[in-house]
Write a new protein. Structure first.
Lengths: 246, 286, 321
C-alpha cells in the first residue's frame, strides 16, 4: 500500500533583505511519517516552518499539502485545511483555563460550544492534561504549557502536526512523556514534522531526518545516516547536543 | 504662487523642528519602557509655564530659563516614573494606557487651578522680530527655537551613541532582557529615560513659549500630534522621530495651504493612519 | 437561557427590579439625570468592552461612533423629519459602516498602536464635523421641540421615560455582550486578544472577527449617541466628540473589570456619580478642581486596582459566562 505524499516542499526560498534564511529547500513527507528537521541555530528551521504554515510567503518555491498548493495561503486557512503547528516560544491563552484553550481550537470544527467542549475534554484526556483542565493557562509549568499547546493544535483535527522545538527546556521525565505523546499522535493517524535540537528524541522518533545549515538543506536520511555524516557533524561542531551513534 | 509655497515650506520646517524635539522625548520613553506617555503634552505645558513665570516674575528671558526648565522637568519626570508609572509596569496594558491619561488630566487641571485657563503670552524676548530672506519671512523666535531644537537633538543623539549611560539606554531599548543580562539596571534606565524625555520636552516648552500662546490645555494638541509623529517615525527610533517631526510640520503647513487650514491637523492624523496601515512599524522603526 | 445559573437569574432580577422602582421612589431630577448618565455610559462601556475587553482592541475613539450616531439621527430628523427610532437604527448602521472602513486597514494594529490610531480617528472625525456646514459645523444641531411622546422619542415633562429607555438600551447591550461572550465568537475574540498568532493557528480569521467586534461595538455606541441627542436636544462636536469622553468610557470598563460582561456597568455606577458630584460641588468657577480630583482618582485606580472592582472578587481563569 503506497502512502500519500502529505507535504511536498519544493525549492522554498525566503529572503530577508540580503539574508537567505531559506535557500532552495526541498523535501517530502509521506502520510504517517515523523520527519525531524535539525540544524544549528540560525539554520532557518523556524523560517521554514513559517513559510509552510502561511506566516511567511516564500520568495520562491512551492508548498503542497496532499497535492494542494498552499504556498500563498493565509495562516488561518492553512490551519483550516488540516495543518496545525506550535511555536518555538510556547504560546497559550493565559487568560483562559486549560479547557477553554483547547475548546477554542475545537471550535474550528465543532460550531456549538457544547460539542466543542466535549471534543476538548477528549483531547485533554488523550494528552494527559484532563485533571488540570480548570487551571489558568498562565499558571502552568513550561512542560504543561507545551502539552497544552499540542492539545490546542490537536483539537483542530489536523492531518499534519508541526512542532517547533517542543522538547526544549524539558526535564528527563517530561521529555519521555513528550516523546510518548508524539508517538501516540502518530498512532492516531497524524503525520508529524518536528523541529528539534534534542538529539536523543530525534533519534528515537524520526523516520527521516532533514538537516538545514545556513538556510540550505545539507542532508536528508535516516537518523543513523545523518548523525554519522561528516558535513552534519561539522555544522554542529561545538553544539552540546551531538548524539553518540546508537 | 511659488513664493507663498516657499513660505509655507519654511514655516513647515520651523514648526517641524519643534515637533521633532517634542517627539524625541516621547519616543525615548516609548522605546525604552513601552509606555505611551499621554501626559507628554502636559509636560510641554509645564515647561512653557515655567518659562513664562520666570519671565514675568523675574524678567528672565526664556532662552536663559532653558536649563531650569530642563532640570525641573527632569525631576518631575523621574518622580512621576518612580511613584506612578513604575507601579504599572508589569501589569495589564490597559492600566499602562490609562495611568498616563490620569496624570495628564491631573497636571492639566492643576494648571487650570493654579493659573486659571487664561491664555498668556511672552511679549518681548531678546531675540524677536522677523528676518527677511528674499521673499521669505523668517520669524526670529521660531528660527531660534528651531536651531535650538536641532542642537538639542544632536546632543541627545550623541549622548545616546557615545556615552556609557546613553548606550545602556539604547541597549535597553533594543532588547530589555539582554540588557538585564548584561548587568544594566533597567529600573534606573527607565527612570533616567523618563526624566530625559520630560527634560527634552521641557526645553521644547521653553523655546515654544517665545512665540506660542501659553495656556493649561495647550498640551492636548501637541501631545496628540507627538504620538502621530512617533508612530510615523517608528516607535523608539530617535532619528525616526526627528525626521517624522519635520515631515509632519511640512504636512501640516502644506496641507493647510493646499486644502483647508481648518483641516491641517486632521490631515496630519490621516497621514499617520495611512502610514501605520501600510507600514505598521513606522518609517524607521524596528 | 443557556448558561445562567439560578443564582445569577435571581440576583439579576432583584437588581433589575430595584433599578426599575428606584426613580419612582427617589423623584429628584438630579438623581434621575445621574442614573441616566450611568446607564448611558454603561451602554457605551459594554459596547467598548466587546472590542476592548474581549477582543483586545483598546479604543480611545469611541466618541466618534457616539457622535456619528447622534448626528445621523438628528440630521435625519431635522432635515427629513425621519422618526428618531428609525434614525436610531440608521445611526447604528452608519456607525458600523464607518467602523468597518476604519477597522479593516487597522486589523493588524494592536495594543498601543491601535489605541493611538483610534485617538487619531476620533480627532479626524471631530475636526470634520467641526467644519462640515451641512451638519452645523461648530454650532452643532438643535433638535426641534416636537410634541412629547414615545413615538417621537422625546419627552419634555419628566425624565422618567428617558430613564427607562436608556435602561432598556443598557439591557440590550448587556444581552448582546453576554450572547457573544458565551458563543464561539467570544472565545475567538479572547484568543485574538491574547495573540494573533495563536488565533491564526487555531484557524481564526483574525481580520474578520476583529471587524465584527468593532462593528457591533460601533452600533451599540451609536445607539447611545442617538439617545443623548434625543435627551439633551442639542449636539455639537466639542461636547459630543471629545477625547475625554472616550477616555471616560475606557475608564468605566477598566474600573469595573474589562473582559467581564457586567464590568462596565459596575464601573459606571462608581465613576459617573463621582464625576458628576465633583463637577457639581467642586467644578464651580471653572477652577478645574473637579477634574484634578478625577485625574488623581484615575491614576490611583490604574496603579492599585488595574483589574477593576471585579478583580477583587474573582480569581483569574474563572469567568462569569
Amino acid at each position: 500500500m503506497s502512502k500519500a505524499v502529505c507535504l511536498d516542499v519544493r525549492g522554498v526560498t525566503k529572503l530577508f533583505g540580503g539574508l537567505r534564511a531559506n535557500d532552495d529547500v526541498s523535501f517530502t513527507v509521506e502520510e504517517g511519517e515523523i520527519v525531524s528537521i535539525i540544524g544549528p541555530n540560525g539554520a532557518g528551521k523556524s523560517t521554514l516552518f513559517n513559510c509552510i504554515t502561511g506566516f511567511y510567503k516564500p520568495n520562491a518555491g512551492s508548498v503542497r499539502f496532499f497535492g494542494r498548493d498552499i504556498t500563498r495561503m493565509r495562516a488561518d486557512t492553512v490551519c483550516r485545511i488540516g495543518i496545525a503547528r506550535t511555536f518555538q516560544v510556547v504560546q497559550v491563552i493565559g487568560e483562559m483555563t486549560v479547557l477553554e484553550n483547547v475548546l477554542t481550537g475545537a471550535l474550528m470544527n465543532y460550531v456549538r460550544v457544547g460539542s466543542a467542549r466535549q471534543k476538548a475534554e477528549e483531547v485533554l484526556s488523550f494528552t494527559g492534561l484532563l485533571e488540570k483542565k480548570d487551571r489558568s493557562g498562565s499558571e502552568l509549568t513550561i512542560a504543561d504549557k507545551k502539552r497544552l499547546e499540542v492539545s490546542m493544535a490537536l483539537a483542530t483535527r489536523p492531518r499534519l502536526l508541526m512542532l517547533d522545538e517542543s522538547m526544549a527546556g524539558l526535564t528527563v521525565v517530561e521529555l519521555r512523556r513528550m516523546i510518548d505523546l508524539i508517538k501516540s499522535v502518530r498512532g492516531s493517524g497524524v503525520t508529524l514534522v518536528v523541529v528539534e535540537h534534542v538529539m536523543e528524541a530525534v533519534m528515537e522518533i524520526s523516520d527521516k531526518v532533514i538537516v538545514l545549515n545556513s538556510g540550505r538543506k545539507i542532508m536528508e536520511g535516516s537518523p543513523r545516516e545523518v548523525v554519522c555524516n561528516p558535513e552534519v557533524i561539522q555544522a554542529y561542531l561545538g553544539d552540546r547536543y551531538r548524539a553518540v551513534g546508537r | 504662487m511659488p513664493e507663498q509655497l516657499l513660505q509655507q515650506i519654511v514655516n513647515g520646517l520651523l514648526i517641524g523642528f519643534m515637533y521633532s524635539l517634542i517627539a524625541i522625548g516621547l519616543t525615548l520613553i516609548w522605546g525604552v519602557m513601552n509606555i505611551v506617555n499621554f501626559a507628554h503634552g502636559d509636560f510641554l505645558m509645564v515647561g512653557m509655564f515655567a518659562s513664562f513665570w520666570l519671565y514675568t516674575l523675574y524678567g528672565i528671558d526664556p532662552l536663559f530659563s532653558i536649563p531650569f526648565c530642563a532640570i525641573l522637568l527632569f525631576v518631575m519626570g523621574v518622580i512621576i516614573y518612580r511613584f506612578v508609572v513604575s507601579k504599572v509596569m508589569g501589569g495589564p496594558v490597559l492600566a499602562q494606557l490609562v495611568v498616563t491619561f490620569g496624570v495628564s488630566i491631573f497636571i492639566a487641571n492643576l494648571a487650570v487651578y493654579l493659573w486659571t485657563p487664561d491664555f498668556r503670552f511672552i511679549d518681548k524676548t531678546i531675540l524677536s522680530g522677523t528676518w527677511r530672506l528674499g521673499t521669505v519671512q523668517l520669524s526670529i523666535p521660531k528660527t531660534v527655537a528651531s536651531v535650538g531644537s536641532i542642537i538639542t537633538s544632536a546632543v541627545v543623539f550623541l549622548f545616546l551613541k557615545k556615552t556609557r549611560t546613553g548606550k545602556a539606554i539604547l541597549a535597553t531599548e533594543m532588547d530589555r532582557e539582554a540588557a538585564l543580562l548584561m548587568g544594566i539596571n533597567t529600573e534606573r534606565i527607565n527612570s533616567l529615560s523618563f526624566g530625559i524625555g520630560a527634560a527634552l520636552v521641557g526645553i521644547a516648552g521653553a523655546f515654544l513659549s517665545t512665540y506660542y500662546y501659553i495656556y493649561p490645555q495647550v498640551g492636548g494638541l501637541f501631545g496628540t500630534i507627538a504620538f502621530s509623529i512617533v508612530a510615523l517615525g517608528g516607535f523608539g527610533s530617535i532619528s525616526g522621530a526627528f525626521i517624522a517631526g519635520i515631515l509632519v510640520g511640512l504636512v501640516q503647513t502644506l496641507g493647510g495651504f493646499f486644502f483647508d487650514p481648518a483641516y491641517k491637523y486632521a490631515i496630519v492624523f490621516m497621514i499617520y493612519l495611512i502610514t501605520v496601515w501600510i507600514r505598521p512599524q513606522g518609517l524607521l522603526g524596528w | 437561557m443557556r448558561g445562567f445559573t439560578p443564582r445569577q437569574i435571581v440576583s439579576g432580577g432583584v437588581v433589575l427590579a430595584v433599578l426599575i422602582v428606584l426613580p419612582l421612589i427617589i423623584t429628584s431630577t438630579f438623581f434621575r439625570h445621574v442614573m441616566i448618565l450611568v446607564f448611558m455610559f454603561g451602554t457605551m462601556g459594554v459596547a467598548w468592552n466587546i472590542m476592548g475587553g474581549y477582543a483586545g482592541m483598546f479604543s480611545f475613539g469611541q466618541v466618534a461612533f457616539f457622535g456619528i450616531g447622534a448626528y445621523t439621527s438628528s440630521f435625519l430628523l431635522i432635515t427629513y423629519g425621519v422618526n428618531p427610532w428609525i434614525g436610531l437604527i440608521a445611526g447604528g448602521l452608519v456607525s458600523a459602516c464607518v467602523a468597518a472602513a476604519l477597522g479593516y486597514p487597522c486589523s493588524n494594529l494592536r495594543g498601543h498602536y491601535f489605541a493611538i490610531a483610534s485617538i487619531a480617528f476620533g480627532e479626524i472625525v471631530r475636526t470634520h464635523f467641526n467644519n462640515w456646514k451641512l451638519v452645523g459645523a461648530a454650532e452643532g444641531l438643535s433638535l426641534p421641540m416636537l410634541k412629547g411622546g414615545m413615538k417621537v422619542f422625546m419627552f419634555h415633562s419628566s425624565k422618567l421615560p428617558y430613564y427607562y429607555i436608556i435602561l432598556g438600551f443598557l439591557l440590550i447591550a448587556l444581552l448582546v455582550c453576554r450572547l457573544l461572550a458565551g458563543s464561539k465568537m467570544g472565545y475567538y475574540f479572547r484568543a485574538i486578544k491574547e495573540s494573533h498568532e495563536v488565533a491564526q493557528v487555531l484557524g481564526i480569521n483574525v481580520a474578520r472577527y476583529r471587524l465584527i467586534a468593532i462593528m457591533v461595538s460601533a452600533f451599540l455606541t451609536a445607539m447611545a449617541g442617538t439617545f443623548y441627542a434625543q435627551y439633551i436636544l442639542y449636539i455639537d462636536p466639542d461636547s459630543v466628540m471629545i477625547l475625554p469622553v472616550s477616555v471616560q468610557v475606557v475608564l468605566i470598563s477598566m474600573l469595573g473589570g474589562a473582559g467581564m460582561v457586567i464590568g462596565p456597568v459596575i464601573g459606571a455606577l462608581i465613576l459617573i456619580p463621582i464625576s458628576e458630584a465633583t463637577r457639581v460641588w467642586l467644578g464651580y468657577k471653572g477652577t478645574g478642581i473637579d477634574m484634578l480630583v478625577y485625574g488623581f482618582l484615575i491614576t490611583l485606580i490604574s496603579v492599585y486596582q488595574p483589574k477593576g472592582v471585579w478583580g477583587l472578587f474573582v480569581n483569574t481563569g474563572k469567568r462569569a459566562q
